[in-house]
Design a protein around this ligand. Structure first.
Ligand SMILES: NC(=O)c1ccc[n+]([C@@H]2O[C@H](COP(=O)([O-])OP(=O)(O)OC[C@H]3O[C@@H](n4cnc5c(N)ncnc54)[C@H](OP(=O)(O)O)[C@@H]3O)[C@@H](O)[C@H]2O)c1
Length: 308
């Protein structure tokens, strides 16, 4: 029997990269999905992922406190995928990663619902970056206050619409070089977006509670190695240029002024630590999931960048 069939699942941040894949899984498992979003029209593309009426888009802003209460009251499970990579005027880490999650958690407690928070790998170890500190504070608040929670901390997620391989593949189209901040020595364990979804679905189906999961892919690669594989896949030769930390910070200070910064000072701080699954026994293996290697998947969705 499918225990999540007909459950009302609310996905905050459901219009994003991970969201669109997760919503497909939820629909395939006959859940009723609500997606609060700042821009309902932007979410229409989700509709074909479910049956007629299975996905409901709701106009929502982070400061809609009454709406948030009602949404959670009328849900069985709440999943939060809202996250930002850089701060802009009204979009600061504290507001988006901590204050909003705190509000969700308080309502989850009040109405006795289940909550899955998507955090990020390494937030418990990166002590300098505001991105990590804000996510870690939210994780701690959840752990302290809820009895029915799951926190998932994924490494770098790859997949057709990712913001990593697509970004650097695109950069290689117009730039003769790709940057290696601090030599590109930071290690990652890239995880396929479908494997993250399988993990979340397994947690829901097995009704696992009160655990912090770390999700990483099968291989460990430095940033430099990721760039080398990427260039091989798209059959392009580009110089990989070592950018010392001081220069990277200078460049990031300039980029930060742009609407969608390529690099920020906070992201440089994140690169100071490896992004790896450590001794935590709550991982994909625990859920009987064998994650797929990125080298096997990226050639398929990066074809448009390939030089023939
Ligand atoms: N992608 C990765 O490699 C990766 C790795 C580790 C952890 N994570 C975490 O996984 C989660 C999902 O990642 P993702 O890559 O799917 O993110 P994403 O594509 O950037 O989507 C995030 C969604 O959050 C909503 N959002 C962003 N800023 C908001 C704001 N200020 N107010 C309200 N809503 C806002 C947006 O929804 P609307 O525009 O519809 O409102 C957006 O669709 C995030 O928490 C991220 O930190 C991602």
């Amino acid at each position: 029997m499918n225990r999540i069939r007909n459950l009302k699942v609310t996905v905050f941040g459901g219009t994003g990269f991970l969201g669109r894949h997760l919503i497909k899984h939820l629909c395939d498992n006959e859940c009723i999905v609500k997606v609060p979003t700042r821009n309902v029209a932007k979410g229409y593309f989700l509709q074909p992922l479910g049956d007629v009426g299975q996905i409901n888009l709701i106009k929502f802003n982070l400061n809609d406190k009454i709406k948030l209460k009602n949404i959670i009251k009328n849900s069985d499970i709440v999943i939060n995928l809202i996250g930002i990579l850089y701060e802009k005027k009204k979009n600061d880490f504290l507001e988006v990663h901590y204050n909003f999650v705190k509000q969700i958690a308080d309502n989850i407690k009040l109405y006795k619902k289940s909550f899955i928070q998507i955090s990020s790998l390494g937030v418990n170890r990166d002590k300098n970056s505001l991105y990590s500190k804000s996510k870690f504070s939210a994780d701690e608040y959840i752990k302290k206050n809820l009895k029915n929670f799951i926190i998932v901390r994924p490494s770098l997620i790859f997949g057709p619409e990712d913001n990593f391989f697509n970004k650097f593949a695109n950069m290689s189209l117009f730039s003769p070089s790709l940057p290696l901040v601090m030599g590109g020595k930071t290690k990652f364990q890239p995880i396929y977006v479908e494997d993250v979804c399988k993990g979340i679905m397994a947690i829901l189906k097995k009704n696992i509670k009160n655990k912090v999961f770390e999700f990483g892919g099968p291989g460990i690669f430095t940033f430099k190695e990721l760039m080398q594989v990427l260039l091989k896949v798209i059959n392009r030769k580009r110089l990989l240029i070592y950018i010392p930390k001081k220069l990277a910070i200078l460049m990031a200070k300039f980029f930060q002024i742009l609407p969608k910064p390529l690099l920020t000072v906070d992201q440089i701080k994140l690169l100071e630590n490896d992004n790896l699954v450590l001794e935590n026994k709550y991982n994909l293996e625990y859920l009987d999931i064998n994650p797929i290697a990125f080298e096997l998947v990226i050639p398929d969705y990066l074809k448009r960048f390939k030089k023939y």
